[in-house]
Write a protein that binds this ligand. Structure first.
Ligand SMILES: Nc1nc(=O)c2c([nH]1)NC[C@@H]1CN(c3ccc(C(=O)N[C@@H](CCC(=O)O)C(=O)O)cc3)C=[N+]21
Length: 291
C-alpha cells in the first residue's frame, strides 16, 4: 500500500481563495483587514515564517505590518507595543511570534492581547471558549489539521486519534478539536513509556515532537492517517518532519509531507482568522449604529 500524500499547499490555496473573496467584500465596505506581526530577536526560522505570512497577506489584499525588535527588548516595551496595537482600529489581528527571549514572560504577553484580535487563539479566553465548544479563534495549526482531514473526507468520529506532544499551541488543542469531532483521543509525550505501543493503535496519528524522522513504520498501524507537525532539520540541514516519509508511506493510508503539509495550512488559517476578526469588527460597528 502506498499512502496518498495530503497536499497542504493545494488545500491552503483553496482556503486562501475564499479568504480573498471575503477581503474583497470587506474592501467594498471600506475595511482592509490588517495583521500586525511582532518579531523579537534574530531567530532565522522565525524570520522565514514571518516572511511567508507577509507574502500571503499581500497576495490576499490584506495589510500586514511587521514590528521588529532586537532581542534586548524589555517586557514593558513589548507590552506597550501590544497596547498600541489593541487600540489601533486598522489592526484586526495581532501575532507575537513565539518563542520570546528569556527576559520576557510569554504568558503576560499573551494575556495582554485583546481577545478580539487574538488570531493565534492563544489567549486563555480563546482557549477556554474553544475547550467548551463556543465561538473562538482556533489556533492555526490545529485548525489547519482539521481542515486537511475534512478536505480528504477523513471523519475522526469513532476513530482513535493519538497525539504525540502536549504543547499549548499544537498538541493539547488538536486533541480537543478531535474530541469535538467525536474521536477517542490519547495524548502521548516525552514521559510516555513505550510510545510505539500507543501509536500502533492510532487510526489517526498526529506527531508534534520535534525529532527528525523518529516515526517509522514500526509506529504505524496499517492504513492509519498520519499528520506530521514536525519542523526539523535532517543531517544535511534539510527541512523534515517527525515522520520518515518514505518508510511510513508504505504503511499509512494518508500522510502529510514536510514541507507542503501542515505548514501552509497554518498560514491559511491565520489569514482566515484575521479576515474573520475584521468581519466581526464591522458587524459590531453596524449593530452600534442601529442602537
Ligand atoms: N505566535 C506564533 N504563532 C505561530 O503560528 C507560530 C509561532 N508563533 N512561532 C513559530 C511557529 C511555526 N509556524 C509555522 C508556520 C508556517 C510554516 C510553513 O509555512 N512551513 C512551510 C515551509 C517553510 C520553509 O520552507 O521553511 C511548509 O511546511 O511547507 C512553518 C511554521 C508558526 N508558528
Amino acid at each position: 500500500m502506498t499512502a496518498t500524500t495530503i497536499d497542504g499547499r493545494a488545500v491552503s490555496q483553496k482556503i486562501k481563495e475564499q479568504v480573498k473573496m471575503r477581503v474583497e467584500r470587506l474592501k467594498e465596505q471600506g475595511v482592509i483587514p490588517g495583521l500586525a506581526v511582532v518579531l523579537v530577536g534574530e531567530d532565522s526560522a522565525s524570520h522565514t515564517y514571518v516572511k511567508n505570512k507577509k507574502k500571503s497577506c499581500e497576495a490576499l489584499g490584506m495589510r500586514s505590518d511587521l514590528h521588529q525588535f532586537p532581542d534586548t527588548l524589555t517586557e514593558a516595551e513589548l507590552l506597550s507595543t501590544i497596547e498600541e496595537l489593541n487600540n489601533d482600529p486598522q489592526i484586526h489581528g495581532i501575532l507575537v511570534q513565539l518563542p520570546l527571549p528569556a527576559q520576557i514572560d510569554e504568558f503576560k504577553v499573551i494575556l495582554a492581547i485583546d481577545p478580539a484580535k487574538d488570531v493565534d487563539g492563544f489567549h486563555p479566553i480563546s482557549v477556554g471558549n474553544m475547550m467548551i465548544g463556543k465561538e473562538a479563534f482556533l489556533p492555526c495549526t490545529p485548525h489547519g489539521i482539521m481542515k486537511l482531514l475534512e478536505h480528504y473526507d477523513i471523519n475522526p468520529a469513532g476513530k482513535h486519534t493519538v497525539v504525540i506532544g502536549r504543547s499549548n499551541i499544537v498538541g493539547k488543542p488538536v486533541g480537543q478539536l478531535m474530541l469535538q469531532k467525536d474521536a477517542t483521543v490519547t495524548y502521548c509525550h516525552s514521559k510516555t513509556t513505550d510510545l510505539a505501543s500507543f501509536t500502533r493503535q492510532a487510526d489517526i496519528l498526529v506527531s508534534a515532537i520535534g525529532r527528525a524522522k523518529l516515526i517509522d513504520q514500526s509506529f504505524i498501524k496499517p492504513g492509519a492517517v498520519v499528520i506530521d507537525v514536525g519542523m526539523n532539520r535532517d543531517e544535511n540541514g534539510k527541512l523534515c518532519g517527525d515522520v520518515d516519509f518514505a518508510d511510513v508511506s508504505q504503511t499509512a493510508s494518508f500522510l502529510t509531507p514536510v514541507p507542503g503539509g501542515v505548514g501552509p495550512m497554518t498560514i491559511a488559517m491565520l489569514m482566515e482568522n484575521t479576515v474573520q476578526s475584521a468581519e466581526n469588527g464591522l458587524q459590531k460597528d453596524k449593530s452600534a449604529e442601529t442602537m
